[in-house]
Design a protein around this ligand. Structure first.
Ligand code: M6R
Length: 614
């Protein structure tokens, strides 16, 4: 939700800032801007300069081309996902104070901005935007007595809410200040140059040495060094980490879209997980941070997550309950803390998140922790806020996911939940060892099956394109593939904007069947399973009402052709693992329909990759 990058060093800042924004564009893309302090000869007073505009970063690039910025080696930039105020030029960041000397970029929400605005206006400050950000530059101006750091400390101590900030001033052309509460911010350490950014990909071309700024920490970056402080202004020692992912992990590598690339990475993602997490039939859950006694004593599980991660949690419910007999509740994280959940010391909270920065998931975790529950996160981003607030973490290590539509993170989350369930079941001895071994054997085989499905992706593309004219889609599944139906519908609607609903197939007759006619497409997830016959009955009900059916079925199931207009086959596997397999055609259906309709697959309208506001 909004991306920030800042630079101080010995190179030209503008290309680095704009290039970095491109890599953060997945975080928001409704407007963007760059602010710099021009380079000058010693003693010469310079003015800060800004270029900003509505729309995608391409618009900003065009603007800078027609109206170039002066030479500079100090600047901040921002790509926005609007919360307060329309996505236009005035509301785009950076925001300046009255004098135009102090520039601020911000990710997060300032909750008390209205109060602060009134107080600042009374003092004569002129606030020109509708944002909650602009007041920060005025607060700093108000507190400034020649020491920028002291003024920033004084200003941010008045803020309530979440923020990651980048601040520069023309009075201090040797300094870039960063601060964070709640919203992610990293510092990149270079040679003769330093960076701030919302996420690693923005600066990966320049450095792999990263400081993950913690909540209520500030940093002063100079060309030749970085000092970190707490909000009392006291200097603190911090350790830099070396990030392991490669530059090409954040490039499209010949694929038309990041989403397609990430779909193709899924076999390797699972292969990697299986290699590190399975030793023979033993599940290794390094990072879980719960001993066998603690794990055995768990008598209730809550999964909390949002969006696609929530759907992974729903799949996890079926798997954990089936293999361990422990009841599992799955909550949309945004709802969890409002319903006074019954949580105690024997409750295990599984927080699932690709980014580890989703504000709703973090809030749910905080609520559970106040009630004494143990929190284990299933997360993709190393060192994220969620990981830091959890008692244990099971990293999915799926690599950076850039496409806004989550794909490889989803299948990695499901696979991790399966591994956790298998581990817990070995302790609880709830199912026969033979059953566990069979599931493990099938799980190890999934990467190969993925490759088989991907080899036939041209067939899926053909079916998707043929059905892309439908103005409404239903996705139906039963039992463990009910969450698959929800996920299939979410994927389609978020990237193609076609209204799509996921339903438990048995629920269809309680209302949604009213929608069915020859103008509706229905994706029926019907692999061979304990509910196969019931799915067939539902398909017949749809056919009887002239609905058009795309079935996802198990290879060898010729009979299903008589009930469907199109059939996409997946190889056979254990029923509990079928959500892993059907995810692939569902992702590809959404992808090819969106491409056919000319939609912006990687950056769908109104969305952002990580949602760091509530
Ligand atoms: O980073 P997270 O996994 O916590 O994000 C949760 C959702 O915002 C995310 O899954 C969202 O629904 C995706 N755009 C779905 O493709």
């Amino acid at each position: 939700m909004c991306g920030i990058i800042g630079y101080i060093g010995n190179r030209q800042a503008v290309p680095i800032l704009v290039d970095g924004l491109k890599k953060l564009e997945y975080r928001g893309y409704d407007s963007s801007g760059v602010g710099i302090i021009p380079s000058s000869d010693e003693g010469v007073v310079v003015k800060a300069d800004i270029r900003k505009t509505h729309g995608k970063i391409q618009n900003l690039q065009d603007l800078i081309r027609t109206k170039p910025l002066p030479q500079s080696s100090l600047g901040v930039s921002h790509t926005r996902w609007a919360t307060h105020g329309a996505p236009n030029r005035v509301n785009a960041h950076p925001h300046a104070d009255c004098s135009g000397r102090i520039l601020v970029v911000h990710n997060g929400i300032i909750e008390n901005y209205e109060q602060l605005t009134q107080a600042l206006c009374k003092k004569g400050h002129k606030i020109i935007s509708e944002t909650d950000t602009e007041i920060i530059s005025h607060l700093i101006e108000d507190a400034y007595r020649g020491n920028l750091l002291a003024a920033v400390v004084k200003a941010i101590r008045q803020l309530k809410g979440a923020f990651a900030l980048g601040i520069i001033s023309s009075d201090h052309p040797d300094m870039l200040i960063a601060a964070r509460v709640g919203s992610p911010l990293i510092i990149g350490l270079g040679k003769g140059e330093n960076f701030i950014a919302s996420d690693v990909p923005a600066i990966l071309d320049y450095t792999k040495r990263i400081i993950y700024l913690k909540d209520r920490q500030l940093a002063v970056l100079k060309e030749d060094g970085v000092r970190v402080y707490n909000f009392e202004g006291k200097s603190i020692r911090v350790k830099a980490d070396k990030v392991s992912f490669k530059v090409d992990a954040v490039q499209k590598q010949g694929f038309a879209h990041f989403m397609l690339k990430e779909i193709h990475e899924q076999p390797e993602v699972l292969q990697r997980m299986i290699k590190t997490r399975l030793k023979g039939n033993k599940v290794i859950l390094d990072g879980l941070n719960l001993n066998e006694r603690q794990l055995k004593s768990v008598n209730k599980v809550f999964a909390v997550a949002c969006g696609t991660a929530y759907h992974a949690g729903l799949v996890g419910k079926y798997v954990i309950e089936k293999l361990t007999g422990i009841p599992v509740s799955v909550d949309a994280a945004s709802e969890f803390r409002y319903r006074n959940p019954i949580v105690d010391k024997k409750t295990l909270i599984i927080a699932i998140s690709q980014s580890g920065e989703t504000a709703d998931t973090l809030a749910a975790v905080r609520e559970a922790k106040t009630k004494g529950a143990k929190v284990v996160s299933i997360c993709n981003v190393v060192g994220s806020s969620l990981v830091r607030e959890s008692d244990g973490v099971l990293y999915t290590h799926a690599g950076p996911e850039i496409g806004v539509a989550s794909t490889k993170a989803y299948i990695a989350q499901i696979a991790m939940l399966c591994l956790l369930a298998l581990k817990m079941s070995s302790l609880k001895k709830f199912v026969k060892e033979k059953t566990r071994k069979k599931i493990l054997k099938d799980l190890k085989h999934i990467p190969t099956l993925y490759r088989d499905i991907l080899r036939n992706k041209a067939d899926i593309a053909r079916i998707a394109k043929k059905n892309s004219h439908f103005g409404c889609f239903l996705f139906l599944g039963r039992n463990i593939n009910f969450p698959s139906a929800l996920e299939g519908a979410l994927k389609l609607k978020e990237i193609s904007y076609i209204p799509a609903e996921g339903y438990a197939a048995g629920e269809m007759k309680h209302g949604p069947i009213a929608l069915i006619d020859e103008y509706r497409a229905v994706v029926c997830i019907a692999p061979r399973s304990s509910v196969y016959e019931k799915m067939i009955s539902n398909m017949q009900e749809i056919r009887a009402r002239k609905g058009k059916i795309i079935a996802i079925a198990t290879q060898g199931d010729e009979a299903i052709k008589t009930h469907a207009n199109h059939v996409i086959y997946v190889p056979p596997t254990d029923e509990l693992l079928t959500p892993l397999l059907v995810a692939l055609p569902l992702q590809l259906i959404a992808y090819y329909i969106a491409v056919q309709l000319g939609c912006d697959v990687d950056q769908p309208r109104n969305l952002a990759k990580s949602v760091t506001v509530e």
